[in-house]
Design a binder for this molecule. Structure first.
Ligand code: SF4
Length: 337
């Protein structure tokens, strides 16, 4: 098996989340990585000392821009971005791998509906949609924050943990306003929109909203945490859902993927050493019986539980699920902003 088969990408991101260590890579103990980090600091020192008056004006401008963005400035910018969106984005949808996690964040809601026991990224807040005025303000500040850099971004993330549960009119409003004001029209031929949903928000969302999303100037990925179709596993995870609700959401996901050209719903299921054979068997049954017409869209991500020891030993389990699934199956690596 190769990386593309496990992750859907040609590279192995080394994100620092504890649940990601499927390959047990400690990149800070790798001499090549440490040398690269050292070279980064050395580059600043060399550029700082370089005899700039001997360079072409364009080269001087470039060096000036690099020196203006030193570690301290980048750290301050990260803090500023968190301030604009009203808090750090604790997790991005796995689908953002399609753009190497380069997204512009815009928070349209806070909190989530379930507060599941197993989740390591949840917020304690009750779910609440942000008012339009807040979204307009964020977009105004984001435009100033990114400035010329806007041309390097082709994707928008509507946060936070369950944007699909936000008031119906807010999703289309936020996406359209961001598209217009953040210059997606100018710089992006095929812009992508990412958001999270949940079993409840997916089931409650009416066709009319999916119609609207389908007609946005984005191709939209919505990622849903289904976690398990085994009742005992759902209980163990502290996910307040029944097997039938999860199955209903899965069916709706397939339906939407078949019927809406510009929407792709993907789903996450957990894997972990302590989970029962029933969890894996019910998952294999579900994915092995997925109808053929949905096979082109809708990736399944398997997410390692944070307290599962020896994560690399989960790989054979992933392989077993992949082998029977009629839908693409990849490992979910958690990345934050
Ligand atoms: S898994 Fe999703 S719904 Fe559950 S607590 Fe975490 S963010 Fe909220």
């Amino acid at each position: 098996m190769n990386l593309i088969s496990w992750l859907g990408e040609y590279y192995l991101p080394c994100f620092p989340y504890q649940s990601n260590t499927v390959w047990k890579i400690d990149y800070f103990s790798n001499p090549a990585v440490m040398n690269a980090l050292g070279a980064w600091s050395q580059l600043y020192a060399d550029l700082y000392m370089a005899p700039k008056n001997r360079f072409h004006s364009k080269a001087r401008e470039l060096i000036g821009s690099i020196l203006d963005n030193n570690d301290k400035v980048l750290h301050e910018r990260a803090q500023k971005l968190n301030f604009i969106t009203g808090g750090r984005i604790s997790v991005l949808p796995p689908d953002t791998r399609h753009v190497d996690y380069e997204i512009i964040p815009l928070n349209i809601a806070d909190g989530c509906l379930f507060h599941c026991k197993f989740c390591c990224v949840k917020s304690e807040q009750q779910f609440q949609t942000r008012p339009e005025t807040d979204i307009i303000e964020q977009i105004r500040h984001l435009k100033a924050f990114y400035g010329r850099n806007l041309e390097n971004y082709h994707s928008l993330f509507l946060g936070n943990h369950d944007a699909l549960a936000a008031d119906d009119e807010i999703i289309a409003f936020a996406a359209t306003k961001a598209y217009e004001d953040l210059d997606f029209e100018l710089y992006s031929e095929n812009p992508l929109l990412f958001l999270f949903g949940s079993v409840d928000s997916l089931i409650k969302t009416k066709d009319q909203l999916f119609e609207e999303i389908n007609h946005l100037p984005f191709y939209t990925y919505i990622n849903i945490g289904l976690e398990s179709v085994d009742p005992q596993t759902l209980k163990l995870l502290g996910k307040p859902l029944s097997k039938s609700r999860v199955e209903e959401a899965f069916k709706k996901m397939l339906n939407i993927n078949t019927n809406y050209e510009n929407i792709e719903i993907t789903a996450n299921f957990v894997i972990g050493e302590g989970l029962s054979p029933e969890h894996y068997q019910s998952l294999k049954d579900l994915l092995g019986e997925a109808p053929a017409e949905s096979c082109g869209k809708g990736v399944i991500y398997l997410s390692p539980l944070i307290d599962s020891p020896k994560k690399w030993e989960l790989l054979p389990l992933v392989e077993e699920v992949k082998n029977v699934s009629r839908m693409p199956v990849y490992i979910y690596l958690i990345q934050r902003l």
